[in-house]
Design a protein around this ligand. Structure first.
Ligand code: ADP
Ligand code: MG
Length: 540
């Protein structure tokens, strides 16, 4: 008998070889099945309940995948590509997961028959490259210098992104708003300059776009109601200072002999506060915002001098105000000059629904805007926010890179046809593999049909026939259970969404196919104490 060689710790599980790849593929399939039904305008939403009972309703692939808490190591790759698609282009998160899953599914029989993973990986890469090149060739580029045409393009792309969401009934209303919002930004189109606020109550159509910064008023003291609520061209002081009297006993332990000494301590506190307030008043600032609380004395002081103040402003809102109105966030009032004070053309405190909002308009420094979402349930507004986020990302992408393709499965069918045509001219195994990828691309139109309750075989046959006849942009017509030219029907998507989805899906596929061994030891990581620390504690 050969002596056994032990390399790994006791309790280590190792699985390897072909069966390992197959089991990874199966795990990915399970993930894909979770999001499969959310694709497209007739896709269903998912209700997810977390440990604390918090419920989220969403149609967004990335959100669902994030909340799924996947433990399988290979299947986590799919979560990652959904997240990367979300970060990179914002939309197409369900598509990317679906595509990766279908690529793997089509490759499974080849693995089972013993084709080496490296050959498969090479073909997947080649097919992806050809597909991306083809998208770039056929994408339609409208004239960029035509303002009206560009706007229309952006609105249509936004509408397509939103048509699969809960808010699809209001997509015309929202697509205009989203394009307006992005147009208000400057060249770089920074996403964090679009603030999204939610106010419960009202109808979805009461959602409004504010061309400036807006945030909710927090708790305030009595004197607040006496302060003016409107200013034109005010100077704005942004502070990180507490303007509040402290209860003496909370601060420190002070040993006192007489009442007079105690009075001195109290007076000193008041003097410090009044000193700060006076400096603020003398600087000419009309609006005072602070991240920290502003107390009743300060509120009354400002009210007496026709100034406005708001304490406990959330950090991100204060930063956005700073970027928009100029000035800086101060931690001392020692040096209050015009250079550190911001300004805006118009300031107003306004009632929106049940909340009061501080609104700054006509900001000189940066271009910014705020969308105030109205609606019934909290979950509904959250989903609206996610959908608007998708649409905003799409519009940002499309303003920079304005090539579009037709959605609704049209581009996928055309790519499928292209790859199938090309594969015929290739000899060897690659031919089979590339046509398998071509078949995998059909998953998008098929799933769109399945989710809408159409006869997918029938529609796919029609699509194949139309594309073979050279009708490039024919895709699924969701409204009439038929096929239609989706370029004419204005189901447009930026080509970048598709390119990114394809390359991310193919990367994930290659990654999963290239893993042929998993080694897992639940005890690893608990090893002996690090050297040099004798007597280090070890868990038992
Ligand atoms: P993703 O998270 O991948 O964006 P969606 O649920 O938003 O998933 O669905 C996107 C798919 O729905 C795309 O393939 C898009 O082309 C398609 N689609 C969107 N609007 C329409 C429409 N009006 N008709 C047909 N297909 C559409
Ligand atoms: Mg979408």
């Amino acid at each position: 008998m050969q002596p056994q060689i032990i390399l790994l710790k006791e309790g280590t599980e190792a699985s390897q070889g072909r069966s390992q790849i197959i089991s990874n593929i199966n795990a990915c399939q399970a993930i894909v099945d979770c999001v499969r039904t959310t694709l497209g305008p007739r896709g269903m939403d998912k209700l997810m309940v977390e440990a604390q009972g918090k419920a989220t309703i969403s149609n967004d692939g990335a959100t669902i995948m994030k909340l799924l808490d996947v433990v399988h190591p290979a299947a986590k790759t799919l979560v990652d590509i959904a997240k990367s698609q979300d970060a990179e282009v914002g939309d197409g998160t369900t598509s990317v997961v679906l595509l990766a899953g279908e690529f793997l599914k089509q490759m499974k029989p080849f693995i089972e028959e013993g084709v080496h993973s490296q050959i498969i990986i090479r073909s997947v890469r080649k097919a992806t490259q050809m597909a991306i090149q083809f998208i770039n060739e056929i994408a339609v580029k409208p004239k960029k210098d035509d303002e009206v045409e560009l706007r229309q393009l952006l609105e249509k792309c936004a509408a397509t992104a939103m048509s699969s969401k809960l808010i699809n009934q209001q997509k015309d209303f929202f697509s205009k708003m989203v394009v307006d919002a992005v147009m208000l930004l400057d060249e770089l189109l920074p996403l964090n300059m679009i603030g999204i606020k939610k106010v419960p109550g009202g109808a979805l159509e009461d959602t409004q776009l504010v061309a400036g910064v807006a945030f909710k008023k927090t708790f305030s003291y009595a004197g607040f109601e006496m302060q003016p609520k409107q200013y034109t061209n005010p100077k704005i002081a942004l502070l990180n200072i507490e303007l509040e009297l402290k209860a003496e006993r909370d601060n420190a332990e002070v040993r006192l002999e007489s009442v007079e000494e105690y009075q001195k301590v109290v007076d000193a506190e008041w003097t410090i506060l009044y000193d700060k307030l006076e400096k603020l008043h003398l600087s000419g600032a009309k609006v005072v915002l602070s991240k920290l609380p502003i107390g009743d004395v300060a509120t009354q002081y400002f009210a007496d001098r026709d100034m406005f103040c708001a304490g406990r402003v959330p950090d991100e809102d204060l930063k956005r105000t700073m970027k928009a109105c100029g000035g800086s966030i101060l931690t001392t009032v020692a040096d209050l000059g015009d250079s550190v004070l911001g300004t805006c053309q118009h300031f107003e405190e306004k009632q929106i629904g049940g909340d009061r909002f501080n609104i700054f308009m006509g900001c000189p420094q940066a271009k910014t805007c705020t969308i105030i979402i109205r609606g019934g349930a909290e979950q509904f507004m959250e989903e609206t926010e996610r959908s608007l986020h998708d649409a905003i990302m799409i519009v940002r992408r499309a303003t920079k890179n304005d090539a579009v393709v037709a959605g609704g499965g049209a581009i996928e069918m055309e790519l499928s046809k292209h790859l199938r045509d090309v594969s015929r001219s290739i000899a060897g195994k690659e031919q089979m593999l590339i046509s398998a990828i071509a078949r995998a691309l059909e998953v998008i139109p098929r799933q769109l049909c399945d989710n809408a309750g159409f006869d997918s075989t029938n529609i796919l046959n029609k699509l194949r026939q139309k594309h073979a006849q050279g009708n490039r942009w024919v895709g699924v017509d969701i409204l009439n259970e038929d096929v239609a030219d989706n370029m004419e029907k204005c189901v447009w998507e930026p080509s970048l969404v598709k390119i990114n989805a394809l390359s991310a899906a193919s990367e994930a596929t290659c990654l999963i196919l290239s893993v042929d061994e998993t080694i897992k030891n639940p005890k690893s990581g608990e090893g002996p104490a690090p050297p040099g620390r004798p007597g280090g504690r070890r868990p038992f």
